[in-house]
Design a binder for this molecule. Sequence first.
Ligand code: DUC
Ligand code: ZN
Ligand code: ZN
Length: 487
Amino acid sequence: MADYDLVIRNGTMATAADAVRADIGIKQGRIVALGASLAKGAREIDASGKLVLPGGIDSHCHVEQKSSMGHMTADDFFTGTRSAACGGTTTIIPFAAQHRGMSLRQVVKDYHDCAGPKAAIDYAFHLIISDPTEQVLGQELPALIRDGYTSFKIYMTYDALKLDDRQILDVLALARREGALVMVHAENHDVIAWLSDKLLLKGHTAPKFHGVAHAALAEREATHRAITLAELIDVPMLIVHVSGREAIEQIRWAQDRGLRIYAETCPQYLFLTADDMDKPGFEGAKCMCSPPPRDKANQEYVWRGLENGTFQVFSSDHAPYRYEGPDGKLMHGAATTFKKVANGVPGLELRLPLLFAAGVGTGRLDLTQFVALTATTPARLYGLYPRKGTIAIGADADIAIWDAEKEVTISQSMLHDAMDYTPYEGTRIKGWPVMTLSRGEVVAENGEFKGARGRGRFLKCDISPAARPLGRSVTGFDPETGTYKRG
Ligand code: DUC
Ligand code: ZN
Ligand code: ZN
């Protein structure tokens, strides 16, 4: 009888700590042995010449979510997770998004109803809080945190989502008390609204003006304000989808002060620029997201932030709105204004290959940094570690096998999402995840989806210090006691 259900043999295995030659023995979906020349498995995969990495964790993606403007994402939990799996990702953390007036409990139930029968890989949920009422803050949220929904995103912009500073403080105080992690979309709403109005008055309606309205200074100011509010009550905070120099400098400043400020960036800030929103006709809308892509110099700042540890997380912010069709970017016709276009770009499938090619392939990032940014640190920050995000005895056998030499020219036709375009069409990259395993089952192989609808499982996020080492709140203002302690 075989010792293991599966052995992955002869590969170079990398974690966030190191890269070594090792075989991996898997039983009942979990890693049970690591070592040289393991005994036989009922199934064997020869990974000679390949890299064997933890499956990616995409901790920021919008799946089967209605935007605040009423646009439905093209991907549901089946197409989204299928696409993720084909790109080497084995866990996603999308959002259960509250719109104003909704009960959070009901929102969470609705998202489970969507995800349960469709997800092909494992998933957890962040919450989006747009209506922090007494009922939400006093009852629903504390109970949900205890049930495994331990992180939530708040917005400083978008009419239907934005919280004011007082509301943000209320949410941060709750996070301090309950040990949750708050993710912030940091852009100054009034600056964007004012610039947008002025641009539209002058007839500047094209997609490229989205980039002007969402000024880097608006992002900088909001980033600094969010950090200040977090410092006031000494609570950890993660700034999502950081686009360039202005915000990065604020984050670096906070980190240098010893504040627990974490940061995330995404492929669109490394591979797109404002010029991509200035394509002929309305095509520029395909690259519109918020914050918007900036310029080459800002891309370089983002790269440096990845290299020097300012960023802990590299996620996709997959927000898949098709170009054509009833919920598409063109839904109001090509004569529409940039204000009416759904914000977001797809990225679930290409997040890892793009970073691998331009980061690991060029030597800007080493393999351990790549694994840390795309799997291990998201697992730690959101309470999924060590079950997810690493290759270790006892962890789920969520693994991506990479061919570092495989060259690919990106085209929408090879992808597995429900989109009708990719912003990265025609880009040539080297390095591709040729096989993805979720809990020891092959879910994607050589560009083909091999998994099954509904096999993905919901993951509760654990806020115990072992799972999520975010430190303790000891300084700042403690709303529970009404005392202030200087940091
Ligand atoms: N910006 C967001 O805040 N969310 C979805 C996509 C986007 O561009
Ligand atoms: Zn956002
Ligand atoms: Zn987002």
